[in-house]
Ligand binder design. Structure first.
Ligand code: ZN
Length: 283
């Protein structure tokens, strides 16, 4: 059997994320992606992934309690889902950087006790600059456990279209801030998550210059990738680009179908859809 693809960016499709943690911000995000999103169960999610030949899925926690005043999707919730589907889900922890030392401690617990295998941050929803030194202990903890860190870059659906974008500020998600983190933590595997529009060139420049930076291409249909992204992902940094959907905003079926419209050599497709993630996640 040919080994399946690896999706490096998915959210729980359940009410815990889409309704409880997401509130008005997710309603806005769903509109940004063209409609409303029906919550579904993890069983339904796995059926969708089976049908799309996706073998493993990175499932991310969520904690933006300080900025949104909405409940988090806890690391325990993610760990429990991972346990329910052995070999299928890879849990990534999330902590709210504004929680200071407690956040670092929680990250340690997530790696050590819950066995989550990476971390995820969203600088816009969490309102922080990744290169702000006061948050460096978070990256130090990830390095200590040798797990990759996914950081949202570029614009977001979160709060999109609301007055004032629901008070969310896009400035935090410029990938140039990751350049500094990558330089200060050369051993840390960093994932610049999503095509970083409107900073696509910046993201590619950082990934080209820093070999510890991966580009993850979720959250956009491949049909709308900028030509320069396609050039870099197929030629210059084809060893460090990884597939992701941003499920449930985009489904694996839709994303993979649109990916087929790009003119990419089969061996490069195999790297993007699976092999690069194996290396990144140390599977
Ligand atoms: Zn996402």
């Amino acid at each position: 059997m040919v080994k399946g693809f690896i999706d490096t960016h998915a959210h729980p499709p359940t009410e815990e994320y889409l309704v409880t943690a997401g509130g008005q911000y997710i309603t806005a995000a769903a509109k940004h992606f063209g409609g409303s999103i029906r919550p579904r169960t993890f069983d339904e999610m796995i059926i969708e992934y089976d049908a799309a030949n996706v073998e493993k899925v990175v499932l991310v926690a969520w904690d933006a309690e300080t900025t949104t005043q909405l409940p988090k999707v806890s690391n325990d919730f993610i760990a429990k889902a991972v346990d329910q589907y052995p070999g299928r889900l890879i849990g990534f922890a999330c902590v709210d950087p504004h929680k200071g030392k407690a956040a670092v401690k929680e990250l340690e617990r997530a790696f050590k006790d819950l066995k989550l295998q990476g971390a995820k941050f969203h600088p816009i929803a969490q309102a922080f600059y990744p290169n702000d030194k006061q948050y460096y202990p978070l990256f130090e903890k990830c390095l200590e456990y040798d797990v990759p860190v996914s950081v949202h870059t570029g614009t977001t659906g979160w709060g999109s279209g609301l007055p004032g974008g629901g008070q969310m500020k896009l400035k935090y998600a410029n990938p140039m801030y990751l350049d500094e983190v990558a330089a200060d933590f050369p051993e840390l595997r960093l994932i610049a998550s999503h095509p970083s529009w409107p900073w696509q060139n910046e993201q590619l420049a950082v990934a080209m210059h820093k070999s510890n930076v991966y580009v993850e291409i979720s959250g956009w249909s491949p049909k709308y990738f900028e030509p320069i992204l396609v050039t870099y992902m197929t030629k210059l940094i084809s060893d460090r680009v990884v597939f992701g959907t941003d499920y449930p905003f985009l489904t694996p079926k839709r994303w993979l179908k649109d990916f087929e419209t790009l003119d990419i050599r089969p061996e490069v497709k195999q790297k993007i859809l699976r092999n690069n993630a194996v290396k990144l996640l140390k599977l």
